[in-house]
Design a protein around this ligand. Structure first.
Ligand SMILES: [Zn+2]
Length: 345
């Protein structure tokens, strides 16, 4: 076997087409993936094929979304704490022009061949709770799993995961972030993903129907539009405990990157819609939500995600929010700016 080099792109393994099929399925489910979030990988000897930054898993069958990377070099950079460990483009093989996912190191620490990382709404609804580990334990007793408290995605998170996994751990819940499953084959990874997401599934709680006429009146002449009646974003407008949870701060990284820090509620009695520089979306208490007319598809997906997450959290549950420093490090992040720019294009 020829050693991989930056000039000779490796041949895709057979498992990559199976992974593309699984990725497209997972990527089309807004309860598992929103916009360009999440990523999948398969290891083939010294090469790890991973979803490229800014591409969407849902496109895995219609375009190239996977990029080969030099797995031993990536692992060595992690172990030696080299700065390249946070620059996955450094490990890309071939000349596809694609950049490996910013979460490449997260995949490299698993010994298993196939790794699937999703921003599963049901997982996040538990992983944002102050009692996340206990709440997850009650549902994941049948699995060899571990909980890793929030760390900004990248090499530091990969090392935290590495330190928490045993030789057979194949389910990881990332605090305030999402879910990882690992297996030797794509089929086994898919079955494990289905079992874990099934164990964590929670039906959405009740929410009042949006008052579309009132919302249209508020939006008139503004930079905002009324999302469709079925949009999960409207669920943030009530009951009051859910609205309080929504405006308490930021709950996971992609929300910050696509929708900004936290969420904004309008005054309940005299709502005034912000000007053209306002937040991506605003919540009108008891009425529903408005979203900027110029919101990217990624921002819309992440706005709906917050509705989907919080309607699965018990009213009054105490939540863990990202700190001001954690919000700031997400917003000042070149890799994420690149990803967001691709998403907007
Ligand atoms: Zn992630």
């Amino acid at each position: 076997m020829t050693a991989p080099s930056a000039n000779t792109p490796p041949q895709p393994p057979k498992a990559l087409s199976d992974l593309a099929t699984l990725s497209a399925r997972v990527g089309a489910d807004p309860l598992l993936i929103q916009a360009a979030g999440g990523n999948t990988s398969v290891k083939d000897g010294a090469v790890m094929w991973i979803k490229a930054s800014g591409t969407r898993l849902s496109d895995a069958l219609s375009r190239d979304v996977f990029v080969p990377t030099d797995l031993p070099a990536m692992r060595e950079a992690l172990v030696r704490a080299l700065p390249e460990a946070d620059q996955p483009a450094h490990f890309a093989l071939g000349d596809s022009g694609l950049r490996p996912s910013i979460e490449t190191s997260l995949h490299a620490v698993f010994p298993q061949a196939v790794v699937v990382h999703v921003h599963c709404v049901n997982t996040i609804a538990l992983a944002i709770r102050a009692d996340a580990e206990a709440a997850l334990s009650a549902r994941l007793g049948a699995f060899d799993w571990a909980f890793v408290p929030y760390v900004k995605p990248g090499a530091r998170l990969a090392l935290s995961v590495r330190d928490r996994i045993g030789p057979r751990t194949d389910v990881i819940v990332l605090g305030n972030h999402g879910l990882i499953v690992a297996a030797e084959t794509v089929d086994d990874a898919e079955r494990l993903l289905d079992r874990v997401t099934g164990a964590l599934a929670e039906p959405p709680g009740a929410a009042p129907a949006p008052d579309l006429a009132a919302l249209a009146g508020l939006a008139e002449g503004s930079a905002y539009a009324v999302p469709p009646a079925q949009s999960p974003l409207h669920r943030l407008a009530g009951p009051p405990e859910r609205l309080d949870q929504a405006v308490g701060g930021s709950l996971y990284p992609d929300h910050v990157i696509f929708c900004g820090v936290g969420a904004t509620a309008l005054d309940a009695v005299a709502p005034r819609v912000p000007g053209p520089d306002g937040p991506v979306f605003v919540i009108a208490p008891g009425r529903g939500a408005l979203i900027r007319k110029d919101a990217s598809s990624g921002a819309q997906a992440l706005a709906d995600c917050l509705g989907n997450v919080l309607c699965r959290v018990p009213p009054g549950a105490e939540l863990t929010y990202l700190s001001a420093a954690q919000n700031a490090e997400l917003l000042d992040w070149d890799a994420e700016k690149y990803r967001k720019a691709l998403d907007a294009g």
